[in-house]
Design a binder for this molecule. Structure first.
Ligand code: NI
Length: 134
């Protein structure tokens, strides 16, 4: 059984590679390479897969999951500049893929081993990535 908690956060980023020219960065990353950064309204879906607990009827207490996401993810990334404010992206481009990867690794150790975890990150209405640890 899979359950999901949906949360949103707003953050700024810039995708660029310092080894490349501005032209090459624009060619590869488009407007996401604009030097003065830009924001996204990220939608984070945290999916937890596990058995239904016979006592509670829950897979996981979604209130607990909500607090975990707030403490580990929102507090860290909401209203931040991912490139400048967040050490997680000091040497890692803050693409949707890498953000989902980082989020998964922040949440995984906080969840019981009986659960499988998958994070789905919506960068825009149309661009979505998913990471499940493999
Ligand atoms: Ni962008």
């Amino acid at each position: 059984m899979k359950v999901c908690r949906r949360e949103t956060f707003n953050a700024a980023h810039r995708l660029y590679d310092a080894r490349w020219s501005d032209e090459k960065n624009f060619e590869v990353f488009g407007k996401c390479s604009n030097p003065n950064f830009h924001g996204h309204n990220y939608v984070l879906e945290t999916w937890v897969d596990g058995p239904i607990d016979a006592d509670t009827g829950y897979v996981i207490d979604l209130k607990m999951l909500k607090h975990l996401i707030r403490d580990e993810i929102s507090e860290r990334f909401d209203h931040r500049n991912l490139n400048l404010d967040c050490p997680e992206f000091k040497d890692l481009k803050p693409s949707a893929e890498n953000i989902a990867y980082v989020i998964w690794h922040l949440l995984r150790p906080k969840l019981d081993a009986k659960y499988q975890l998958s994070v789905r990150l919506w960068e825009t209405e149309n661009n979505i990535v998913e990471y499940a640890g493999i």
